[in-house]
Design a protein around this ligand. Structure first.
Ligand SMILES: Cc1cc2nc3c(=O)[nH]c(=O)nc-3n(C[C@H](O)[C@H](O)[C@H](O)COP(=O)(O)OP(=O)(O)OC[C@H]3O[C@@H](n4cnc5c(N)ncnc54)[C@H](O)[C@@H]3O)c2cc1C
Length: 541
């Protein structure tokens, strides 16, 4: 490290302003913790990458205010009413294999969540988040800077950041370092943390093309994905509208990028001569892997730095936003003095469960994508082959997109900071979400009689739901106050709420997960609060 470089102190240093680092910075700022966010690139890369933002991700953003989901809806190039249709075709001008309508979980009745899954490419989402970061007090956003190296002592991390254009260097003293620096994470590598569960490494080629006549040339209805299978392509190619009327994206996994170029993929997927121009094309690598550990002392890994998965399922970016929210309130609690070390350890214990499940789903989804069938355009056998393949798609694929059982139904078992109540777990199935107030689960969404969602009434810290007119909670409130834990009490008398949560007292964490529930106050409310804030082990109960 350069000894003479100027230095700055900051509570949290975040490396990487992808969706995860941006979310972490915004969440910390919202909770009143200052941070520095360093990011070498001026703008997000040309590949639109993630295109589906789960409703769970939007629920988490909505905690900062309803404006952000509204800004994202406004920035979404396909618009809110674009059909949720996925077509399997031989070419964009060829034959239909299978149509999946309402492919992503629309929940159009808003029964399960105040937000709806949104189609917005990551390359449109990131600028909105960057703009938020720029206008949020408490975030020192250093664009053009990268984390070069770091070392840690027992009480701080000493990091060196470099301005990539000028070579200027600075030393940052931070209480904690968050590695949100993506799949090739410098933070992970310099922490000596390897990858485990490594499987399924594939090369892929993806990008964006401009095709002013493609909409009018298409043989099919509007869809957000046209999954193309034919004898000229080595694997399933995905083509879809990026920004109407003339920008499209394409992705082909399992291809040697030196053997098939971007223009060839587009030509073979479209199937007819049309004018088009490749605007961006770059190879990328599909990995399935988890970091061996998500923590090394004062250094934490989040997002792709901690877990890598193929895009099938949409758990990469969405899962990373979940990491940032799970981690941020715990870190804020420790920095602000009311949280204990067990809170920080619980980050990996809780999130790894989600990542392992998401990885298993992703691997299954990738296997279900092995749909290559020769002869689909054969004039004699083609029709039968398409029908058989269509049946198979109908049987296996819908659950890949309809994954509410995972995206809303994920839960944290055996967490040191959640008090289980002995009730059995609800089914954990890909496409079936069963709302439950069982500790460890996402608190169920409810519309209140005034038309607002229950979630909008939760506080920034923990929320105590007191469900019923008579229920007493003063011991819990006093115990929280005594240790400085921010607690909002929400008293509601609707019997349906008590019925849904199956308890009269429910403690909900800042990430909207239930941490404890019971019908009456515990004999020792302080002991319960101490477990939830990571200041005592569960052995005392
Ligand atoms: C084709 C494709 C389709 C995808 N589809 C989906 C989908 O539908 N749904 C989904 O959820 N996910 C999807 N993903 C995955 C998703 O894009 C990633 O999971 C997501 O980008 C991870 O966000 P991140 O912030 O962790 O990392 P990244 O987005 O990789 O951001 C890391 C940031 O760190 C910066 N950085 C790197 N090194 C340093 C350093 N030394 N110092 C400071 N900064 C550094 C980088 O410049 C970058 O901006 C897809 C990915 C691809 C490639």
């Amino acid at each position: 490290m350069s000894p003479a470089a100027p230095s700055t102190k900051v509570p949290v240093l975040i490396a990487g302003a992808g969706p995860v680092g941006l979310t972490l910075a915004l969440e910390l700022a919202w909770l009143g913790v200052a941070c520095m966010l360093v990011e070498p690139t001026e703008a997000s890369s040309g590949n639109p990458k993630a295109k589906t933002v789960h409703q769970r991700t939007l629920e988490l953003f909505r905690r900062w205010g309803r404006e952000l989901p509204a800004k994202l809806r406004a920035a979404a190039p396909l618009g809110a009413d674009f059909p949720s249709t996925i077509l399997y075709v031989t070419r964009l001008t060829g034959a239909l294999i299978m149509a999946l309508h309402n492919a992503t979980p629309a929940d159009s009745s808003h029964r399960l969540s105040p937000e709806r899954t949104m189609r917005i490419p990551q390359s449109f989402l990131e600028p909105v988040l960057r703009e938020e970061v720029r206008h949020t007090a408490g975030i020192d956003f250093r664009v053009g800077w990268k984390l070069e190296s770091f070392e840690q002592e027992s009480d701080e991390v000493r990091a060196e950041i470099v301005h990539t254009a000028s070579g200027e260097r600075q030393i940052i003293f931070a209480q904690y370092l968050a590695g949100c620096d993506g799949g090739r994470s410098t933070v992970r590598k310099q922490s000596g943390i390897g990858l485990t569960h490594l499987s399924d490494i594939k090369q892929a080629l993806g990008g964006v093309f401009h095709a002013p006549t493609l909409w009018s040339t298409l043989a099919f209805e509007k869809a957000f994905h046209y999954n193309v299978l034919n004898d000229d392509l080595p694997h399933l190619a995905v083509v879809g509208p990026l920004q109407p009327p003339d920008l499209w994206f394409f992705d082909l996994m399992g291809v040697d990028p030196s053997a098939l170029d971007a223009a060839e993929i587009v030509r073979k997927a479209v199937g007819r001569q049309i004018p088009f121009e490749i605007r961006h094309a770059a190879p990328w690598t599909v990995h399935n892997a988890l970091a061996e550990r998500y923590r090394a002392g004062r250094v934490f890994l989040l997002g792709d730095a901690a877990h890598l998965q193929s895009p099938s399922g949409g758990y990469g970016m969405n899962g990373g936003v979940g990491d940032a929210v799970n981690f941020a309130w715990k870190l804020a609690a420790v920095i602000q003095g009311w949280g204990g070390e067990a809170l920080l350890d619980s980050y990996e214990i809780e999130r790894r469960q989600f990542h392992e499940r998401a990885l298993a789903e992703t691997i299954q989804n990738s296997e279900d994508n092995e749909l290559v069938t020769r002869g689909l355009e054969d004039p004699i056998r083609g029709e039968d082959l398409r029908a058989a393949l269509g049946d198979r798609i109908q049987r296996t694929k819908p659950k890949n997109f309809q994954s509410l059982g995972i995206s809303l139904g994920y839960r944290y078992e055996n967490s040191p900071v959640i008090l289980a109540d002995g009730t059995p777990s609800t089914p954990y199935e890909t496409s079936r979400y069963v709302p439950t107030g069982r500790p460890g689960h996402r608190a169920p969404h409810v519309w209140l009689p005034d038309g607002t969602p229950l979630f909008d009434h939760f506080g920034q810290g923990l929320t105590l739901l007191a469900l019923g007119r008579e229920v007493k909670y003063s011991g819990l409130a006093q115990a929280a106050e005594a240790c400085g834990m921010p607690l909002t009490v929400l008293r509601r008398s609707e019997p349906e709420l008590r019925e849904l949560y199956q308890a009269s007292l429910v403690l909900v964490r800042p990430d909207q997960h239930v941490a404890w529930r019971a019908d009456v106050e515990p004999q020792d409310p302080g002991a319960v609060i101490d477990v939830l804030r990571g200041a005592a082990s569960q052995a005392i109960h």
